[in-house]
Design a protein around this ligand. Structure first.
Ligand code: UT7
Length: 328
C-alpha cells in the first residue's frame, strides 16, 4: 500500500474581528502588552448563531472542493475539538449531518491544541488498515465562548475558526511520513476547563459563580517553558525517525500558541523564523484549529509546493504534544 496523503485543504474564519484595541475598552490591558507578549493583534469571533460544526462545515466543504470530492463520497470524519456543539451527540455527528456526508461514520477526538495531529493519526491508522478509503479530518473551535472576559491573562489569547484536510492513499512518493503523539496526564490541570464534565455536574449556581465553566490557565508562564521544550522535542523526534535534518524541511507549521514560543522553538532548532509559518497576529490561538488553518493558508499562498517537506507540530492541554512530517 502507498502512503496516506493530504489531497485537499480548507479553512474558515468567522467574519467578526476583535482587535486588541477592542479589548482595551473593557479590560485593563493594551495593544502594546498583548502584541509584545504574544504576537497577537486581533482574533475572530463566531456569530451567535454559529456553533463549532458550522465553522467546520465550511472548512470541510473547501477541503472537499480542493480534493475534487463530494460529501457523499466521504467514509470517515474525525473532528478535533474541545468546544463541540454538544457533549452528546459528538460535534462530528452534527458536522456529518450538516455536510450531508450520508455515507460517513464520524467521531470527535479531544486533545486540546494538539487535537488536529491526534485526529490525523487516528484517521491515518484507519486508512492504512484499509477499513476506510478516505477521511475528512477537521479541527474547529469556538474558544471565545469558553472565556472569562475579566481574566486578562487568558482571554486575550484565544479566537474562533476551523480547518480541514482530506486524506487518501497517494500513488507517488508524497504523503504522511510519520506522526508522533504524546500525553502527560499528570500535568493536566495547567490548562483546564473544569466545569461541564462529571466532576462538576449538575451545573449549579456555585459552579457558575466559581467560574468553573471558563478556561483556566494556571501558571501560564510555566506552560510557556514546557511548550517550547515539547514543540522542539516533537520536531526533533520527527526528523530523527525519518533520518532527515531540519535543513530538509521547507516549512514548519506550528500550533499558534504565542509568537515568543515559536521564536524560542526556532532558536532551539537553529532555523530562521522565515521557515516557521506564523499567522497568530491575525487569529490568536484557536486551539486545535490553528494547525490546519495555517496549513491551508500555506498551501493556498504558495508557501508549500509539490515535493516540499512540511513539519506540523503542536502542544496543548492534557498535556498533549506531537508532530507530523509530510512530503507534499
Ligand atoms: O496553546 C496552548 C499553549 N499555550 C500556552 O501554554 C500559553 C503559554 N503562556 C503564554 O503565552 C504567556 O505566559 C502569557 C501570554 C499567557 C503571559 O505572558 P507572560 O510574559 O508569561 O506574562 P506573565 O504571566 O508573567 O505576566 C506578566 C505581568 C503580570 O503583572 P506583574 O505580576 O508582573 O505585575 C500580569 O499581571 O503582566 C500582567 N498581565 C497583563 N498586563 C496587561 C497579564 N496579562 C495581562 C494583559 N495586559 N492582558
Amino acid at each position: 500500500m502507498g502512503r496516506i496523503g493530504i489531497v485537499g485543504t480548507g479553512s474558515y474564519l468567522p467574519e467578526k474581528v476583535l482587535t486588541n484595541y477592542d479589548l482595551e475598552q473593557f479590560l485593563d490591558t493594551s495593544d502594546e502588552w498583548i502584541y509584545t507578549r504574544t504576537g497577537i493583534r486581533q482574533r475572530r469571533v463566531a456569530a451567535p448563531e454559529q456553533a463549532t460544526s458550522d465553522l467546520a462545515k465550511v472548512a470541510c466543504e473547501r477541503a472537499l472542493e480542493a480534493a475534487g470530492m463530494e460529501p457523499e463520497e466521504v467514509e470517515l470524519i474525525i473532528l478535533a475539538t474541545i468546544t463541540p456543539d454538544t457533549h452528546c451527540p459528538a460535534g462530528a455527528n452534527w458536522l456529518e449531518a450538516k455536510l450531508g456526508a450520508v455515507n460517513a461514520v464520524s467521531m470527535d477526538v479531544t486533545a486540546a491544541c494538539t487535537g488536529f495531529i491526534f485526529a490525523l493519526s487516528v484517521a491515518e491508522q484507519y486508512l492504512r488498515c484499509g477499513t476506510y478509503r478516505n477521511a475528512l479530518v477537521a479541527a474547529s473551535e469556538v474558544m471565545t465562548r469558553t472565556l472569562d472576559w475579566n481574566d486578562r491573562t487568558t482571554c486575550i489569547l484565544w479566537g474562533d475558526g476551523a480547518g480541514a484536510v482530506v486524506l487518501k492513499e497517494v500513488e507517488d512518493d508524497s504523503g504522511i511520513l510519520s506522526i508522533h503523539i504524546h500525553t502527560d496526564g499528570a500535568h493536566g490541570d495547567t490548562l483546564l476547563l473544569p466545569g461541564g464534565g462529571s466532576k462538576t455536574t449538575p451545573i449549579s449556581h456555585e459552579s457558575v459563580d466559581k467560574k468553573l465553566h471558563t478556561l483556566q490557565m494556571i501558571e501560564a508562564n510555566q506552560s510557556f517553558k514546557v511548550a517550547v521544550k515539547r514543540f522542539t522535542e516533537a520536531c526533533e523526534e520527527a526528523l530523527a525517525h525519518n533520518g532527515l535534518d531540519i535543513s530538509d524541511v521547507k516549512v514548519i507549521i506550528p500550533h499558534q500558541a504565542n509568537l515568543r514560543i515559536l521564536q524560542a522553538m526556532a532558536k532551539r532548532l537553529n532555523v530562521p523564523m522565515e521557515k516557521v509559518y506564523v499567522n497568530i497576529e491575525r487569529y490568536g490561538n484557536i486551539s486545535s484549529a490553528t494547525v490546519p488553518i495555517a496549513l491551508d493558508e500555506a498551501v493556498r499562498d504558495g508557501t508549500i509546493q509539490k515535493g516540499d517537506l512540511v513539519l506540523l507540530t503542536a502542544f496543548g492541554g492534557g498535556l498533549t504534544w506531537g508532530s507530523s512530517l509530510i512530503r507534499w
